[in-house]
Ligand binder design. Structure first.
Ligand SMILES: [Zn+2]
Length: 113
């Protein structure tokens, strides 16, 4: 009785530690794979869509306008304090990223065709 209680307790402790350990192992892979896999499903109809090739343009009235090129990123962003490394899809930008020219949020951007 005492032993089985001990065993189940230690087993529970093990299981409790396991998800964290698994998450620590898998999180980087999930972050890299998750969004693009979801996107592949969404854009199945448009097989040619490549988020890393899609240029986005700022539509804010007083903007120059600014074009976001995923292959260049935004390494010197001074508005939001978010330097974006090259090869970052617009969809993967932080939600509080802002246009480096006019400071408009991501909502102001549309896909450049
Ligand atoms: Zn702008």
């Amino acid at each position: 009785m005492t032993f089985s209680r001990l065993n189940s307790a230690s087993r529970r402790a093990l299981l409790r530690g396991l998800p964290a350990a698994l998450l620590g192992l898998c999180a980087p892979a999930l972050v890299g794979v998750g969004p693009s896999r979801a996107k592949a499903g969404t854009d199945a109809a448009n097989a040619s869509y490549d988020p890393l090739k899609q240029v986005w343009v700022c539509t804010f009235n007083e903007c120059d306008p600014y074009y976001y090129h995923p292959e260049k990123g935004d390494p010197v962003n001074i508005v939001g304090g978010h330097p974006i490394p090259p090869n970052t899809a617009f969809e993967d930008l932080p939600s509080d990223w802002r246009c480096p020219i006019c400071g408009a949020g991501k909502d102001w951007f549309v896909k450049e065709t």
